[in-house]
Design a protein around this ligand. Sequence first.
Ligand SMILES: CC(C)(COP(=O)(O)OP(=O)(O)OC[C@H]1O[C@@H](n2cnc3c(N)ncnc32)[C@H](O)[C@@H]1OP(=O)(O)O)[C@@H](O)C(=O)NCCC(=O)NCCS
Length: 184
Amino acid sequence: MARALADPGTLLSTTHEVDGGLRVRLRLARPSDALRMRQFFDGLSDETRHRRFFVAMPEISETFVRHFTFFDPRERLVVVAAAMIGHSEEIVGVADVALLETAVAELGVVVDDARQGVGVGKLLTEAIATLAIRQGATHLRARLLEGDGRMVALMRRIGHTMLTLTDGGSVAVTRLPSPRRQAA
Ligand SMILES: CC(C)(COP(=O)(O)OP(=O)(O)OC[C@H]1O[C@@H](n2cnc3c(N)ncnc32)[C@H](O)[C@@H]1OP(=O)(O)O)[C@@H](O)C(=O)NCCC(=O)NCCS
């Protein structure tokens, strides 16, 4: 059921405690995240990479890391979920959105295997949706492997979601709430 979304400023300035007690901060990715970003993607299982990128082992090249750490916010946004693990900050989830001219924003989300199912994806999806609304997007679209119930559940929390089956997968399109329905 669609509901009012929090303001992006609120989501990005607050520390969120997810199930199990991990404290997660959401923020835009930055160039100085290069090493953390590489470690995050290197640490994902083949299954998780496949679900996100549709191939088991995309090469974690410099270009790949750069894609997630440098972006023009008028065209693309990357939000990380970061947590202090021991004394260092680690990335535990990454959401990116490409803002297309059609007011459709193309979404990708991935959470570290060990942290899936505790609410990190929910936080990231909500943050990216609120930012996409701010940039004028009216719909969020995600390419999914067929039967990806978790991602569809997360998109349905944001707004009315239509699922279309494609060759070997599906495409989910969510209607974003209008900006005035965002909570202060
Ligand atoms: C999909 C993904 C991003 C979700 O992130 P997450 O942190 O694991 O998700 P959360 O814990 O925030 O929430 C998952 C929601 O799905 C629900 N869920 C879990 N398994 C489900 C299933 N099989 N069917 C339907 N809903 C399911 C959970 O109940 C939860 O909803 P709730 O909190 O309202 O109960 C994460 O699992 C992931 O990285 N998967 C691999 C990459 C991927 O598939 N990306 C999507 C393509 S872009």
